[in-house]
Design a binder for this molecule. Structure first.
Ligand code: PEP
Ligand code: MG
Length: 586
């Protein structure tokens, strides 16, 4: 029995059989030449393979749209785009025509060169495309060899895929009846593969280092997608233990779901507004099903990340209109794009930044790409005529940024008014507080904003100087740090003073202990991933605000994170053991 761990990216527990995905990562095909007069026929063979690959991808896209949602399925469109991209196709055709090599060699050497270049690129967006290129190469090669594309559609029941890495296309192409989870050596929380896993509700652990070297085909495997635990070849007792855990988890899920229609109200009668964070409109179904009262954070940059081309005003508007329709009168907080740092568009400048998290990111990027920004603002304003839409600017650090963003918004309002197009002139305009400077200056911002939303994901990384994407410093990423709590307290106070609503939409809001501290600080709106809503609601319904106030007051007074978090957890365990014993993962 081997017990190991990785980064949990998609919740759930599964006991299955390993399917070790052997991948030819080298893409090496021997150089073989053809007779010069054979070149036209070989070009034709390449063309047929390319068209067949596109046809497969078209079918996959169509099949997956219903299951995964339009946005996630758009990943296939990226692959189709690449198969029509002259910068990829021309070198392959030239090699066949002028160097008289086989289409197999031309394909593998061209895509390998490109993949190697991307792998060495300092920008992680390029690195993340390496697997897409390899995926494309193997698809084309299998078409050229006449075999059908290597598919995971035929695996046996209850299969857990173990792979060095998985492309989003592979993940989305799994036979959903038979594949029950996956584990990879590589990968990070924010990869497209992780997004697809979440969209498919497939338990998944990535970054499990050398899991492919340790696992054997057909071996029994346990994957805990909530905790990141992986157990290979578990003994009978462990299997029994996990079977019971799976049963218990299902019971918990059912009993938590029963809370969906109940209010998130504390034992002393304070109602907390529970909203959901979304990346794609399709997530609204789950959010409503879990009792969410609206969307507190719509990460609109995913519109740019999943498509081939930058979205047009109509693309933006249609997405927002779909959200509004699905929400049936519930609020929709649209955050303008948070591009840059670890989220680059395909059209974004290729010049890498030395410190991208401190670089031209988020509102800074929008303010320096005015056309793009104004396009989005116009679409949001148009959508505001159809439902309760709020607008939120990310990563605001100084007041000038907020004023500039609002200035552009007002200019777009004037334009729309001149064109006779409807919008809500009183649309609420808020900002995320995710930089220490903004938290420290919250009272100044409070004079100009309609609401604050604390983004702890970034606030923690910027306060503690810990890269949120770097597993090597993950142990230093500690939200229950007195420094972080003091900043949130300042924001909550500034909001209270001016009657400005303060919410929290960072991942920490879904952690029961942190949620208790937020309530103690006076935060009355929490926005979390849809699947975390039931657990957060159960936590809230077991808490008492005055106790939370006392706990957070004490926690803020400690000198270190270690003292603060051990105090908080011990207190909460005593007060509400049913929630905090065993500390469920949000
Ligand atoms: C945050 O930083 O807490 C946040 C919600 O924004 P994102 O995770 O998209 O950076
Ligand atoms: Mg953020």
């Amino acid at each position: 029995m081997i017990r190991t761990a990785g980064i949990p990216v998609s919740k759930g527990l599964v006991i299955g059989r390993v399917y070790l995905l052997e991948q030819d990562r080298s893409l090496r095909v021997g150089r073989q030449t053809i007779a010069p007069e054979d070149a036209p026929a070989q070009l034709e063979r390449f063309e047929l393979a390319r068209r067949a690959a596109i046809a497969d991808l078209d079918a996959l896209h169509e099949e997956s749209t219903g299951e995964m949602g339009e946005e996630a399925a758009k990943i296939f469109l990226f692959h189709i785009g690449a198969l029509n991209d002259p910068t990829i196709l021309n070198p392959i055709r030239t090699l066949i025509e002028t160097e008289h090599v086989t289409p197999e060699f031309a394909t593998s050497s061209t895509l390998k060169k490109l993949a190697d270049r991307f792998a060495k690129h300092p920008d992680s967006t390029f690195q993340s495309k390496v697997d897409d290129l390899r995926d494309l190469a193997s698809r084309l090669l299998s078409k050229l060899s006449g075999k059908s594309a290597a598919t995971l559609a035929k695996v046996a029941e209850n299969t857990v895929i173990v792979a060095r890495d998985l492309t989003p296309t592979q993940t989305a192409g799994f036979n959903r009846e038979h594949v029950t989870g996956f584990v990879t050596d590589l990968g990070g929380r924010t990869s497209h593969t992780a997004i697809v896993a979440g969209a498919l509700s497939l338990p998944a652990v990535v970054g499990a280092k050398n899991i492919t070297a340790r696992a054997r085909d057909g071996q029994t495997i346990i994957v805990d997608g909530s905790k990141g635990t992986i157990i290979l070849d578990p003994d009978a007792d462990t299997i029994q233990e996990y079977k019971e855990r799976i049963k218990a988890a299902e019971q918990t899920r059912i009993s938590l779901h029963e809370l969906a229609d109940l209010p998130a109200i504390t034992t002393d009668g304070v109602e907390i507004e529970l909203l959901g964070n979304i990346e794609f409109a399709e997530e609204i179904d789950t959010l409503l099903n879990e009792g969410g009262l609206g969307v507190g954070l719509y990460r609109t940059e995913f519109l740019y990340l999943t498509g081939q081309n930058a979205p047009t005003e109509e693309d933006h508007f249609n997405e927002y209109a779909q959200c509004i329709r699905m929400l049936e009168g519930k609020p929709l907080t649209i955050r303008t794009v948070d591009l840059g740092a670890d989220k680059y568009t395909q059209h974004q400048e290729e010049t890498p930044e030395r410190n991208p998290f401190l670089g031209l990111r988020s509102i800074r990027y929008s303010l320096s790409n005015q056309r793009m920004f104004r396009t989005q603002l116009r679409a949001i304003l148009r959508a505001s005529a159809f439902g309760p839409v709020k607008i939120m600017f990310p990563l605001i650090t100084n007041i000038a940024e907020f004023r500039s963003a609002k200035y552009f918004l007002h200019e777009e309002m004037e334009e729309l008014a001149e064109e006779g197009i409807k919008y809500n002139p009183n649309i609420e305009v808020g900002m995320m507080v995710e930089v220490p400077a903004a938290a420290l200056m919250a009272s100044a911002f409070a004079r100009e904003v309609d609401f604050f939303s604390v983004g702890t994901n970034d606030l923690v990384q910027y306060t503690l100087a810990v890269d949120r994407t770097n597993e090597r410093v993950a142990s230093l990423y500690t939200p229950i740090h007195p420094a972080v709590l003091r900043l949130v307290r300042d924001v909550a106070r500034a909001g209270r003073k001016r009657d400005i609503p303060v919410s929290c939409c960072g991942q920490s809001a879904a952690d029961p202990a942190f949620a208790a501290l937020l309530i103690g600080l006076g935060v009355r709106t929490l926005s979390v991933t849809a699947s975390s809503l039931p657990l957060v609601k159960r936590t809230i319904r077991a808490l008492d605000t005055s106790r939370c106030e006392r706990i957070v007051k004490r926690a803020i007074g400690f000198d270190s994170e270690a003292e603060a978090s051990s105090y908080v957890l011990n207190r909460l365990k005593k007060i509400v053991p049913e929630v905090f014993d065993g500390r469920p993962v949000a």
